[in-house]
Write a protein that binds this ligand. Structure first.
Ligand SMILES: Cc1cc2nc3c(=O)[nH]c(=O)nc-3n(C[C@H](O)[C@H](O)[C@H](O)COP(=O)(O)O)c2cc1C
Length: 156
């Protein structure tokens, strides 16, 4: 299995999650980990698993992630296993943000939808990893949870 992990990250937290995911996938074959603005079309050649992660910005993927996904040609991920993740802020049960997040969502489901539209086969359900504040850090245990999530992708 050859994997490509694509991430965007403003404050470094999504990058930490992406690298934890890559570390777990490395047990199954070669892994390339690239920031979304570094990905070129050829990087997808020969790849059998693509994992895409973004911080949640205004309930959606980051602008860079949206632009990259929008520019991939139809069918580019045909036959490729795909999975999406995001980072999101801890809303700590505050009523208004909780309701808004439930209504408007997070980045990962939107990424997953686009990956499937491009022809990808779902390797595992979209997942979110929580940061304590907008700047981070990741909550305790989230990198371990990211590794565990990644370990389910090759065989699910
Ligand atoms: C412009 C902006 C909009 C954001 N909007 C949301 C949001 O809608 N929902 C959310 O959970 N977090 C939101 N956040 C917090 C980000 O999810 C958080 O900064 C990100 O997970 C940190 O990841 P990074 O260090 O990789 O940038 C927003 C942050 C920024 C900068």
């Amino acid at each position: 299995m050859a994997s490509l992990v694509v991430f965007d990250s403003t404050y470094g937290n999504t990058e930490i999650v992406a690298r934890a995911i890559s570390q777990a996938l490395a047990a199954h074959g070669p892994v390339r980990t690239l920031r979304v603005n570094q990905v070129e079309s050829g990087h997808l050649d020969g790849v059998t698993l693509v994992v895409v992660g973004s911080p949640t910005h205004a309930f959606r993927p980051s602008p860079g992630t949206q632009a990259w996904l929008a520019n991939l040609p139809a069918g580019r991920l045909e036959g490729v296993r795909v999975a999406a993740f995001d980072t999101r802020v801890d809303i700590g049960g505050k009523p208004l943000p909780s309701v808004m997040a439930r209504w408007f969502g997070f980045a990962a489901p939107a990424i997953e939808k686009r990956l499937l539209r491009l022809g990808g086969n779902l390797a595992g359900p979209a997942e979110g990893f929580v940061v304590a504040t907008k700047l981070g850090p990741l909550q305790d245990g989230e990198t371990d949870r990211a590794r565990a999530w990644a370990r389910t992708l090759p065989r699910s």
